[in-house]
Design a protein around this ligand. Structure first.
Ligand code: BGC
Length: 740
């Protein structure tokens, strides 16, 4: 295709404006005379939701079959970017085969509250983990010549009032928590598109937020792709275009295109803005290589979905009852074993190519008969008869394996959950089964975290099965019988109570605003800062074997490299996720006690030892300095903790990091301490004091250390100096210019 800008230069204003909004629900507008075809964008994120008739963004109308991989809630727990890149390639291949040019995902919003109804679509409460895994998915998708759409940019951390609410966030948490993952994905993987979110950020709609879409995304991060609106996220099309939103989806039937044309004609919108957006649309269309012959192997992808799902299962607790022996006499209890919940509701709902259930898969691995009792109905309710049959089955078995979880009706895109509880009927079932047979394994199916503190102490084994996609049943059977070592680790904290979560008092806000009052202290950052007890900490997950850590060393070069020797001390092979957390005890700024800065997943045979290298980028050590509006690495001693979770630190070392130079412009409002910290400015200060007349108290700069926190202008008002404020500011400006 010819140069997109060249192509656009031949079009009329109406044609250019037309290109910047959809043809219909899923397609862009073609311009056949210029050789611009129409391309399809579709959901996303863990499968291809290609609707054949009509369109909706609520997952109502069915779509063509595609592999339903584990949703992000599970994939986040894999801590495995290589594996997720494979998933991305498979998604890309399926999109290609469906003639889809852009897959709307991954979603990497931070799980600020466990109540967010869409947490199943997001990866983690941690920005580094979200960013690294998000970049892997994007790389995979785009390796197939299909574009990814990184979403929902930004701070879309709740469903309540999602189309209007203003996420009111201070600059540091906004940068360090909510934008950091997006920055990582953009810089590392250059997604073809970024999808702006519905909500406002500090009062301004994301779709109209020039600071977000242009200054930060393009200016600071170097994004050169296209910004597409979330479906229906545009409130004022002209303002959005001017802010940097290139493509409005879905179609508005030409109404908003006309608004653009009118604005240009009225002189309130520069035509070059329309040219830039239209050029990006043409560029995107040119990148997508639609291949009418592309196919994918559904069996192969199903096998990949099973392998990935097994890597995402988190073994929360095990006193030795797992793995099960194939000849163990077990009773499987709970309808979820038979009718799985394997994905969430809404726009990400995939029509799977097939669907495994755990019961059949368990039966196919067991060498003896497996008894099943549903215990409750599909909607989560129970009856006396179902309960009694489950108790009988449990009593007669060696091990009861109980499947419980969040019913589909309770979590979905579009609304937030009200609590973290399992349905009462399931809790009653669990209590009755444990009373009948204490040897009970609990398997959870849930998109958002559930409270386990009511029963975790009473059961010998607890498996977090999340929503695992179409092959999740087989994956659970593989893990339960130990064919696969449980290798998932928690990408989010499981709190003891909802009330303990850092965002609790500020979620979901009121009257159109939600204040992110916990600031930087999201997820484990907050639980650790407050030393709050948790049920299971971030990063936690057991294996069927055990690992020891030794000889942790941090080496500082351009970046930091942490090496540690990990040994499989058990008698079976297994996977460990080595996590590197960093803290700065004497920091001059507010910080969480520890933050994840690197991780590596290793598979070790029984008895095997390996030196594991975990790189930590220097840029990831930076905090957002509000004095200079820039990332700054503070100098000093950094505590590097290597562990198996945020609360299971196995080795610690300290390393000295050289800080970045920060020059904060000085003014007469600067404090004496700030001025004295700069030698050139300190000299200006002594000159000022030399001009003081006899009635002014002696103001020797050395003495002034005591007055370090006093602004210079206040000191000036105490005495008579022979130098005016303007002249002082002029001299400080010379110092400021010299410090740059
Ligand atoms: C969702 C997006 C989705 C879009 C298209 C919106 O409601 O927020 O995630 O990609 O619909 O279905």
């Amino acid at each position: 295709m010819t140069d997109p800008a060249q192509t656009v230069s031949t079009l009329t204003l109406e044609e250019k404006a037309g290109l910047t909004s959809g043809l219909n629900f899923w397609y862009t507008k073609p311009h056949p005379q210029s050789g611009i075809p129409s391309i399809m964008l579709t959901d996303g994120p863990h499968g291809v939701r290609k609707q054949t008739e009509g369109g909706d963004h609520l997952g109502l109308t069915d779509s063509v079959p595609s592999t339903c991989f584990p949703p992000a809630v599970a994939m986040g727990c894999s801590f495995d970017p290589e594996l997720l890149e494979l998933v991305g390639s498979a998604l890309g291949a399926e999109a290609r085969a469906a003639q889809v040019s852009v897959l709307l995902g991954p979603g990497i919003n931070i799980k600020r509250s466990p109540l967010c109804g869409r947490n199943f679509e997001y990866l983690s409460e941690d920005p580094l983990l979200s960013g690294v895994l998000g970049a892997a998915l994007v790389r995979g998708i785009q390796s197939q010549g299909v574009g990814a759409s990184l979403k929902h940019f930004a701070a879309n951390n709740q469903e309540t009032d999602r189309m209007r609410v203003s996420a009111d966030i201070d600059p540091r948490p906004l940068r360090e928590i909510y934008l950091r993952g997006f920055q990582r994905v953009v810089e590392d993987a250059q997604p073809w598109t970024v999808m702006c979110s519905y909500n406002r950020i500090n009062g301004v709609y994301a779709s109209q937020n020039r600071w977000l879409l242009t200054d930060v995304l393009r200016g600071e991060w170097g994004f050169d792709g296209l910004v597409v609106s979330d479906w229906g996220a545009v409130s004022d099309r002209v303002a959005a275009l001017a802010a940097g939103l290139d493509l409005e989806m879905p179609s508005t039937g030409g109404r908003t295109d006309q608004e653009i044309v009118d604005a240009v004609r009225a002189g309130t919108l520069d035509e070059s803005v329309v040219d830039a957006a239209a050029t990006r649309v043409v560029d995107l269309v040119g990148k997508s290589a639609v291949d009418a012959d592309a196919v994918f192997d559904a069996d192969e992808h199903h096998a990949l979905a099973r392998r990935v799902a097994a890597e995402c299962v988190v073994l929360l607790k095990n006193d030795g009852v797992l793995p099960l022996a194939v000849d163990a006499k077990i009773a499987v209890i709970g309808e979820l074993a038979h009718t799985p919940r394997y994905q969430g509701a809404g726009s990400s709902r995939i029509n799977p190519t097939r669907l495994d259930n755990a019961l059949d898969e368990i039966r196919s691995l067991a060498s003896v008969d497996v008894v099943f009792a549903p215990g409750y109905l599909d909607d989560g309710t129970s009856t006396e008869e179902l309960l009694a049959a489950a108790v009988d089955a449990a009593r007669a078995a060696e091990v009861a394996v109980v499947f419980v979880g969040v019913p589909a009706a309770l979590e979905s895109e579009g609304f937030d959950r009200e609590d973290l509880e399992l349905p009462d009927s399931q809790v009653d079932l669990l209590d009755a089964v444990v009373a009948a047979n204490p040897n009970t394994v609990v398997v959870l199916s849930n998109g958002g975290v559930v409270r386990v503190s009511g029963f975790a102490d009473r059961v010998p084994a607890l498996v977090e099965g999340w929503l695992l996609g179409q092959a999740g049943g087989g994956a659970l059977a593989d893990v339960l019988y130990g064919l696969v070592d449980p290798a998932g680790r928690l990408a989010e904290t499981i709190p003891v109570r909802l009330e303990d979560t850092p965002s609790y008092t500020d979620f979901p806000g009121e009257h159109g605003h939600v204040r992110y009052g916990e600031g930087l202290f999201v997820g484990y950052r907050g639980f650790d800062a407050h030393r709050t007890e948790v049920s299971f900490p971030f990063g936690h997950g057991l294996s069927y074997t055990t690992f020891s850590y030794s000889d942790a060393v941090a080496t500082v070069g351009d970046d930091l490299v942490v090496t540690v020797t990990v040994t499989n001390t058990g008698s079976r092979s297994g996977s460990e996720v080595v996590q590197v957390y960093v803290g700065v005890a004497d920091s001059a700024v507010v910080r969480a006690p520890r933050e994840l800065k690197g991780f590596a997943k290793v598979h070790l045979d029984a008895g095997e030892s390996r030196q594991v290298e975990v790189p930590v980028r220097r840029a990831d050590l930076a905090y957002w300095d509000t004095r200079v509006d820039a990332w700054v690495v503070e100098g000093g001693a950094y505590r590097v903790e290597v562990g198996a979770s945020s609360r299971d630190i196995r080795a610690t070392c300290t390393t000295e990091i050289t800080g970045d130079e920060v020059s904060v412009p000085l003014s007469v409002e600067s404090s004496i301490g700030e001025i004295l910290a700069n030698p050139a400015a300190a000299e200006v200060l002594s000159k000022i004091f030399a001009t003081a007349d006899g009635e002014t108290p002696a103001l020797d700069p050395a003495v002034l250390e005591m007055a370090a926190s006093m602004p210079l202008e206040r000191i000036l008002s105490f005495g008579n100096f022979g130098i005016g404020r303007d002249e002082i500011q002029r001299q400080l400006d010379i110092v400021n210019a010299g410090s740059k």
